[in-house]
Write a protein that binds this ligand. Sequence first.
Ligand SMILES: N=CN[C@@H](CCC(=O)O)C(=O)O
Ligand SMILES: [Mn+2]
Ligand SMILES: [Mn+2]
Length: 322
Amino acid sequence: MKNYSKPKTDNWQGRKSTKNLYLHEKVKCVPLDEIPEPPKKSITLLGYACDKGVSRNQGRVGAVDGPDVIKNSLGRFPNHLPSAVQLYDAGNITCTKGDMEAAQAKLTSSVCSLLDKKQFPIILGGGHDVAYGHYHGIKKHLDSKKEGKSIGIVNFDAHFDLRQNTQNNNSGTPFYQIAQECKEEHISFDYLCLGIRKDANDRSLFQTAKELDVTYVLTDTFQIQFLDEINTWINAFIKTVDKVYVTIDLDGFSSAFAPGVSAPSPMGFTPHIVLECLKTIIASGKLISVDLAEMNPKYDIDGQTAKLAASLIHHIMDLQFP
Ligand SMILES: N=CN[C@@H](CCC(=O)O)C(=O)O
Ligand SMILES: [Mn+2]
Ligand SMILES: [Mn+2]
């Protein structure tokens, strides 16, 4: 299959038990086209092993290895999933000959098929261009049902990623591309950014955000002491949409927590505020799919970023499948 590699059991190792106490014992490595339609919802992890968007955006490459490193870290975590909930690793979407658009297209069809099969997808990046393919997979799935359901995007990120794609599509353009397509389709572009850094987005990006009516919280106020106000913003946003797609760019976290990214944020946000926001979003019952972007093992220190990513996934699974 083009732009795809099958799941590798080698990625799943750790302490051994006889009772599925660990996630490496719980997970089933199943190729994408063999993922079953379960009677109950279940979870599928799928990697987006591509950093072409990062290199096109003049960033530091290495995120191509992000998905496998996250899986490797996650496998060592304890398994608290109900036994009726399945956990699959469906392998990785790959990028060949620098054709990022082909990788995004493959991600779109894969996410759509996972959602058609009632899976809860957790996509592991890879550059933040993962968001373009991921969003379209959700959209394709919802559009096929012809129920007119809308998608709200919640992006935890230091960056708007609203750069114009006049030169090329890259890791800094996905939400601009989506916004333009929404305009063409006469549907609203619902985009909430949490943790935006003023010192990492130029004036024209703030202007684009204003023109597109983007709601955002700056990283200075994206802190636990402002949680009530942040929750008010999140709930107001969620109310206006039918489904919520959450994308977590690891570079929004302070580099004290997430050094292993292409563009680190020394004064970024904490994991605690993100967790509280995830609780609010998941409590709404509207969360349809999640991704984690920009995991770059080349710059990680002692596996901290991979462990943070794995811990976020663990929390999300716990909240979504109590
Ligand atoms: N996905 C990341 N996008 C950021 C990268 C910033 C940087 O390279 O410093 C952006 O384009 O703004
Ligand atoms: Mn970012
Ligand atoms: Mn980003």
